[in-house]
Write a protein that binds this ligand. Structure first.
Ligand code: PXL
Length: 277
């Protein structure tokens, strides 16, 4: 069985970061090892959330794993917390990376042209240095713009997306994929670039007219899980896009839909099926 280390915060309630990564990586058939970077009562879209930085735990945990000879098939990072913490995560990647390890970075820090509460430009730049060591990086357009000093646009064409992908891979990331990319009216999806082979991949779904928190984490968790299940990065992105779209549809059908996250749980059987083909 593949072993995936996922490094991100744990928002006790909120259907994001570790509370989605754990079940989804497991559903994809890999062992999920967690390294929580911060403990929050909820995600940061709630008011008055609590936040406890867990940075001081990273080195002791890392040292223990090292002494036990633990290895990982993938290291997947998401929402982290502070710029200092990113330095620790870079050290962790350097310590545990082997030529076989897939390093996946989702620089979760913003959306819709804005950074989330608590983040600034310096944090965005620090995330860019983390993306530089990634085998596969999964920013949305907002995050990519902050990391590459590009103007954020809502009306754009394929040239703009290719320019962003070019800038992202120029920093060192091997494969970059942008999420939330809409190349036709009524569609949304993903566009990626494998910088070593120079090939692009575009996948578009019908846009579901709703936007929810945590869907980026769902997308990234499934992409990692699918690649660990033996899929190519392109198939991983396609499955992640299809699954994410289905979670939004399922949520819209729930008369008691939670505003703070999607009903991904009910769609897990479909994910297992998607991975069979
Ligand atoms: O879904 C990304 C995310 C993860 N973790 C926390 C967040 C967010 C988005 O706002 O607040 C704590």
């Amino acid at each position: 069985m593949k072993r995936v280390l996922t490094v991100q915060d744990i928002s006790c309630l909120g259907k994001c970061s570790l509370t989605v990564a754990l079940p989804l990586i497991s559903a994809c058939g890999s062992e999920a090892v967690i390294l929580p970077t911060a403990l929050l009562s909820t995600h940061t879209m709630f008011r008055n959330f609590t936040f406890k930085d867990l940075s001081d735990q990273i080195r002791p945990i890392m040292n223990h794993w090292k002494s036990e000879g633990i290895t990982f098939d993938a290291i997947y990072t998401g929402y982290l917390g502070t710029a200092e913490e990113i330095d620790l995560i870079l050290e962790l990647i350097e310590t545990f990376r082997t030529p076989q390890t897939l390093v996946v970075v989702d620089p979760a820090m913003g959306d819709n042209g804005r950074l989330y509460t608590g983040f600034d430009e310096a944090y965005a730049k620090k995330n860019a240095s983390l993306c530089a060591v990634g085998d596969l990086i999964l920013p949305n357009i907002t995050e990519a713009c902050f990391m590459t000093d590009t103007e954020y646009r809502t009306d754009y064409d394929e040239t703009y997306v290719k320019e962003l992908l070019g800038k992202l891979t120029a920093t060192g990331a091997k494969t970059a994929a942008l999420t939330g990319v809409s190349l036709q009216p009524g569609k949304t999806g993903v566009m990626g670039l494998d910088s070593q082979r120079g090939n692009y991949y575009v996948y578009q779904n019908d846009r579901v007219p709703a936007s929810y928190h945590g869907t980026g984490d769902i997308f990234s968790s499934v992409a990692v899980g699918a690649v660990m299940a033996g899929k190519t990065w392109q198939d991983g992105l396609r499955i992640a896009a299809d699954f994410t779209a289905r979670t939004i549809q399922a949520t819209l059908q729930n008369p008691r839909e939670p505003w703070y996250g999607v009903d991904f749980e009910t769609v897990i059987p479909e994910l297992v099926e998607m991975l069979r083909h």
